[in-house]
Design a binder for this molecule. Structure first.
Ligand code: SF4
Length: 360
């Protein structure tokens, strides 16, 4: 058997939970974040490194390495009588021959991707659309040619970067095969956008969102309940709903605000300049936002920070990646919010308690 450990490719630190759930193949097209200024985000792995574009040839070499690993895994499957199927027995056979592969990130990524069907890929890091459009198109086409099984390719992108691209550029990226964009909307409130140094206005969010959708992308928008604390809660809720209604994203994903280590917002909190809203205040904020939504999106609470509880102690909202379909399930979400408001506040998990949790 050919030594699999001789193949490796670069993998970044971050991908959305929904891409982890589908074991997407991770292909790093840039390194880190070209903006790197959002005040809630300095502590992410992006912040310690400078942003870098990667050469198209280097990205293609990574794709070739992933292909070589994939081919060898399939070859072993045929060799031991599993007809190309990728399962635990095939994995054990490979690991038995080469135990170090257990710790080989490239092998583990490709193996998990293949065993879950090999249908999705995620382009890393924080803003792939910052690449020159022809370069990005070339990379996506090469990825699709190399792995014809791919049905969905997704990426993070900054709204400001989408805003700056022409509709024709976006259409060519979409036509090459990029299907879905994950965008950190955070809030639709201009005062709050400026306070967190998001580098984008609500109007630019709207223009970018509409343009991405017109180009044919699935649009996944991340929203931060609690970002403005109790004082800005209502304007955050109302203006976020306003922007979401204009864009009507395919997905709205809730990511309640928790100050993270080494971020300016944690410093502000520690200096007593930033107040965190309580679990009930956040639910009331969500209620205002949800009531105002006229979208046909799927509204998702697919992260552990959505830690509100029912009386039984079970999670209030499903953390399923497909969430709740609006408008059909809007009433259901509002009922759940009321249910959460009836639970004693101390039985929910507060943002302060979440700050102490490892991995957040
Ligand atoms: S654009 Fe995204 S990755 Fe970059 S600093 Fe802002 S939140 Fe962080």
């Amino acid at each position: 058997m050919e030594k699999l450990s001789k193949y490796s490719f670069e993998i970044g630190a971050i991908r959305p939970p929904s891409e982890g759930g589908s074991y997407s193949l991770l292909i790093r097209v840039t390194r880190n974040c070209p903006w790197n200024r959002c005040k809630f985000c300095y502590g992410t792995p992006y912040s310690h490194e400078k942003f870098e574009l990667r050469a198209v040839e280097d990205i293609k070499k990574d794709i070739q390495a992933a292909k070589a690993i994939s081919d060898e895994i399939k070859r072993v499957s045929w060799q031991i009588g599993h007809a190309g199927q990728i399962n635990d027995i095939v994995g054990s056979a490979i690991i038995q021959r080469e135990p170090d592969l257990n710790y080989n990130h490239s092998f583990v990524t490709v193996f998990n991707w293949l065993s879950s069907g090999g249908r999705t890929a995620f382009l890393q890091d924080a803003d792939s659309l910052i690449m020159r459009t022809p370069d990005l198109v070339e990379v996506i086409k090469y990825l699709k040619e190399t792995f014809p099984s791919l049905e969905r390719i997704t990426s993070y992108a900054r709204a400001k970067t989408i805003y700056r691209k022409t509709l024709e550029e976006l259409k060519s990226i979409r036509a090459a095969g990029l299907n879905r964009l994950h965008i950190g909307l955070e809030t639709g409130d201009d005062e709050l956008l400026e306070l967190i140094d998001k580098g984008v206005t609500s109007e630019q969010h709207i223009v970018a969102g509409k343009k991405a959708k017109e180009a044919g992308f699935e649009f996944s928008a991340y929203v931060m309940p609690g970002l403005g604390g109790p004082t800005m809660s209502e304007q955050h809720a109302k203006n976020t709903a306003r922007v979401l209604n204009e864009i009507n994203p395919h997905y709205i994903r809730m990511r309640p605000f928790v100050p993270r280590p080494n971020t300016p917002l944690l410093d502000e909190y520690n200096r007593g300049e930033l107040q965190l809203s309580s679990p009930h205040e956040r639910l009331r904020e969500l209620k205002i936002m949800i009531e105002a939504l006229t979208v046909t999106s799927r509204v998702c609470f697919d992260h552990m920070m959505n830690a509100w509880r029912k009386e039984s102690g079970a999670l209030l909202f499903t953390q399923d990646y497909e969430g709740y379909k609006f408008p059909e399930e809007k009433g259901r979400v509002l009922e759940l919010i009321e249910e959460g408001l009836r639970v004693n506040e101390s039985n929910h998990i507060s943002a302060k308690e979440m700050m102490a949790m490892p991995g957040l």
